[in-house]
Structure formats: C-alpha cells, structure tokens
Design a protein around this ligand. Sequence first.
Ligand SMILES: Cc1cc2nc3c(=O)[nH]c(=O)nc-3n(C[C@H](O)[C@H](O)[C@H](O)COP(=O)(O)OP(=O)(O)OC[C@H]3O[C@@H](n4cnc5c(N)ncnc54)[C@H](O)[C@@H]3O)c2cc1C
Length: 115
Amino acid sequence: MRDAVDGSDLTSLDLRDLERKYGFPYLVIHRSDLHGLFLEACREAGVELLTEQRGAAYSQEGDKATATTKAGTLHEGSVVIAADGLHSVARKLFVDDQPSPRPTSPAAAPCRSRR
Ligand SMILES: Cc1cc2nc3c(=O)[nH]c(=O)nc-3n(C[C@H](O)[C@H](O)[C@H](O)COP(=O)(O)OP(=O)(O)OC[C@H]3O[C@@H](n4cnc5c(N)ncnc54)[C@H](O)[C@@H]3O)c2cc1C
C-alpha cells in the first residue's frame, strides 16, 4: 500500500501466506459481483428486499426485532443485523464500543473525498 500523495510505501502484505493464516486464499472480485452474490442468496432465502429505507431506530428482544425508518415506518422481524457500514447507526445502539472513525493518514483521504 502506498501513500496517495507521494507514492511512498506505507505497508505491504505477503498474499501467499493468507490461506495458511486465515483458511482461505486471497481473492479478487468486483464489488458489483459480490453484491450480486449476496442478492441472489437473499432471494433464495426468501428475504424481502426493500430499498430507500433509512434506519433510525432498532430494538431486539429475544427473537423479536423492530426497525423504524427515518420516515417513521416500522418493520418487524426476528433479528437486526447491523450491516450499515462505517458510520453504523445500529451498532451504536447495540454495542457503543468504538469512537467515531476518523481518517488516519493522507492515504485514507481519497476514499473520503466527494467529487
Ligand atoms: C473508495 C473506496 C475504495 C475501497 N476499495 C476497496 C477495495 O478495493 N477492496 C476492499 O476490500 N475494500 C475496499 N474498500 C472498503 C470496503 O468498501 C468496505 O470495507 C466495505 O464496503 C464495508 O462493508 P460494509 O458492509 O461494512 O459497509 P458498506 O459497504 O458501507 O455498506 C453499508 C450499507 O448500509 C447503508 N446504510 C448506512 N446507514 C444506513 C441506515 N441508517 N439505514 C439504512 N441503510 C444504511 C449504506 O447506504 C450502505 O449501502 C473501499 C472503500 C472505499 C470508500
């Protein structure tokens, strides 16, 4: 991995050793193909997929879960999976165990810019 500004080496990883260490080889897959696999698995499992739902509040008691959207719609299910990314709303509600993420070096800056 190189510094985004001056191109100097920041860190390196020997990819040949990953299978022994983690039990799986290093893989390269296009993001949209990975999302496609998740979508297919959800459809096969009978998951109802709803778009344009911004989660604002969640609750979990035993096998009863609710998610309330910003628009006020209440969804009921059996489990909340906090898969809402780096600035997770759900994670904070269930395990507020980490400070807010912040960029650690200029190498992270291009990932955060909005053009
Ligand atoms: C520019 C860039 C390049 C990257 N390149 C690579 C790479 O080459 N290889 C690699 O392994 N990783 C890469 N990453 C990192 C990778 O994208 C993340 O590690 C990964 O996407 C994290 O997955 P996630 O499911 O935790 O979160 P995300 O992929 O961020 O998914 C979270 C989802 O939750 C949704 N969401 C957020 N809040 C709410 C809410 N309140 N209600 C409902 N939905 C919500 C978001 O819209 C999003 O769809 C890159 C990241 C960036 C920014």
